[in-house]
Design a protein around this ligand. Sequence first.
Ligand code: FA5
Ligand code: MG
Length: 462
Amino acid sequence: STSAATAIEKKADTISVLGTTYSTDEWTNATPTILEKTGRNLLHQHSHPLAILKELIFKEFPEFAHYDNISPVVSTYQNFDSLGFSEDHPGRSATDTYYINQKTLLRTHTSAHQLQLLAAGKQKDDQLLRLAKNRAAAPMNERFLVAADVYRRDEIDASHYPVFHQMEGVCTFSRAEVQDQLRQKALKDAGSGAHGAEAAASQQEGSVAKLSDTTEIGKDNPVQPEHTAEEAAFVAEHMKKMMNNMVVQILTKAVAAQKSTNDVASKEGRPEFPVRWIDAFFPFTSPSWEMEVFFQGEWLEICGCGVMKQSIMDDAGMSDRIGWAFGFGLERLAMLLFGIPDIRLFWSTDPRFTDQFAPDRINTFKQFSRHPACTKDVSFWLPTSDEFHENDLMDLVRETAGDLVEGVKLIDSFAHPKSGKTSRCYRINYCSMDRNVTNEEINAIQDHVRELMVNRLGVALR
Ligand code: FA5
Ligand code: MG
């Protein structure tokens, strides 16, 4: 038969990532285009916007150990099992994750390092702890930040890229100390009649943002049976306050940089950044939230967070502690901070991009001329024997066109009334960030894409 599987070029027996060789198996799906990115080290180029943002966040958390040099190659256990992902969780699927082999993958999030870093204290794992930058932060496994590149098979558009960066934050407290503080607070409240909300509001005074809510924990977003409601609320409020302060500090700098363009809403001359917390679900936190910030007319999801699963603390040998964790998308924040309109620009080596930034400086990106786009549609019947996964198409286009592809969008889908076969049409937008493309050049790429779609994905072109 000419099924997709038989037509795939035979895989090499081994692949090399960052100087280490790994054996391949039927799970291997990391493409050369993706593997190339593991060596780019954007977080270590001091004038790169992502590196500038990373340093800015590190400075906001001086009491935390800082990591920015942990390898992206992790075990399936670290990325999923250690965090309580169920055996059949969709995130594990090879349609969403870049596998090196069944046991090894490119981390899909910085949470992959939570357990390992928490446990490093008890295990006196010096090799790991030595990677931390500010060794003064003590004890190093109780509060830490991890900035790193992460990899996901995902859609293609202006805010999604298969490689991006996250900043993990983890903060733990002695449960005995939390109980103590809660008791003292209860005594004080009983004495003065003050309300928690008022106390929280007064602490926000002088800040340019306001917390948009207090911590309400709903029944679909439960406190863990191991925790009391008061304990969980204490931890969640601490977390939200720290995250809010960090985002306000950063966005205030963005506004200062944009003062001339004056396109950010401000009241009495002071900018406001409404923040909201949307109930969310992660296997490794409960309750969980996504943080959204209102910026230039839209609510933007910038982060996931929550109270860490106590089972993770138990596995780390820290049952006597309770903690919170967050994971920020650095590109989302950097796009706000520097006014960068397209996520592909972070990977540009064009001096018209790279020369605009310098360490410790926040400035608004000046867009250089936009080059004309070239649009191609491709219509086809889905294979009847094999499954079709959109992310396979995304990877195939990315591999063939590189960063010339700006977006891939489904524009039509219908089932043939007689044959029952499904037809789809995708629109591929080609556009270079630094030059004009020719129609001939794009036609050649599109022909190659069409050919690979038939050979690899088993579709029938229309
Ligand atoms: C996570 O990755 C969780 N690990 C976050 C977390 C950490 C939750 C600790 C609880 C405790 P999520 O998949 O939502 O969650 O991604 C987090 C952030 O990464 C998103 O809010 C977004 O800002 C960013 N992000 C996600 N996918 C992409 C992408 N394809 N391109 C750019 N940024 C992305
Ligand atoms: Mg999310």
